[in-house]
Design a binder for this molecule. Structure first.
Ligand code: IMP
Ligand code: MG
Length: 169
């Protein structure tokens, strides 16, 4: 498999994002909400570079439709265990493709009246976007290839790769 983003580049970028977030959220004790399962590796590395107090939580959703053609119809599999009302919330996503999944989660979380709601995504496939979503922090913009590793899977495999690779088709 061809490497798209090496372990070293990931490490450097994740640290940059964590320091940026740490600067922006001083005294705010933000809640970082990881979207399962893909974001678990990114979230784990991100929080270890954070320099401010914060909390973490997880949410899990399943999208109907095939992997390569998201339908935008999303089912909540696991909800947050924290009440986010009045809190500064940062959604942590592995990759944004059509944006339909994140759009659903964002709207769902907004109904709970957080004080603020922003998004950090490691990867962004901008060209594929179907709905506009404000992204405060983006790691890498990538071309329209299917990628795996660093939490991202194909058929539940390859999540453990320490780098991002293009899946050969
Ligand atoms: P969206 O709703 O189309 O933005 O899809 C987002 C979700 O699809 C992501 O959270 C990933 O779980 C998955 N996904 C999209 N593109 C890829 C990819 O290239 N590799 C692995 N998973 C992907
Ligand atoms: Mg995901």
């Amino acid at each position: 498999m061809e490497t798209l983003i090496s372990k070293e580049r990931l490490k450097k970028k994740v640290k940059e994002l964590a320091l940026q977030i740490s600067g922006d959220y001083k005294q705010k004790n933000p809640i970082l909400v990881g979207i399962l399962k893909g974001s678990f590796v990114f979230l784990a590395d991100l929080v270890r570079e954070m320099r401010i107090p914060h909390q973490i939580d997880f949410i899990s959703v399943a999208s109907y439709g095939s992997r390569k053609k998201a339908s935008g119809v999303v089912r909540l599999l696991k909800d947050l265990s924290t009440n986010i009302e009045g809190k500064d919330v940062i959604i942590v996503e592995d990759i944004i493709d059509s944006g339909l999944t994140l759009n659903y989660i964002r709207n769902n979380l907004l109904t709970r009246n957080p004080k603020s709601l922003e998004v950090v995504t490691l990867l962004d496939k901008k060209k594929r976007r179907k709905v506009k979503i404000p992204l405060k922090y983006v790691g890498f913009s990538i071309p329209n290839n299917f990628v795996v590793g660093y939490g991202l899977d194909f058929d539940e495999q390859y999540r453990n790769l320490p780098y991002i690779a293009k899946l050969e088709e």
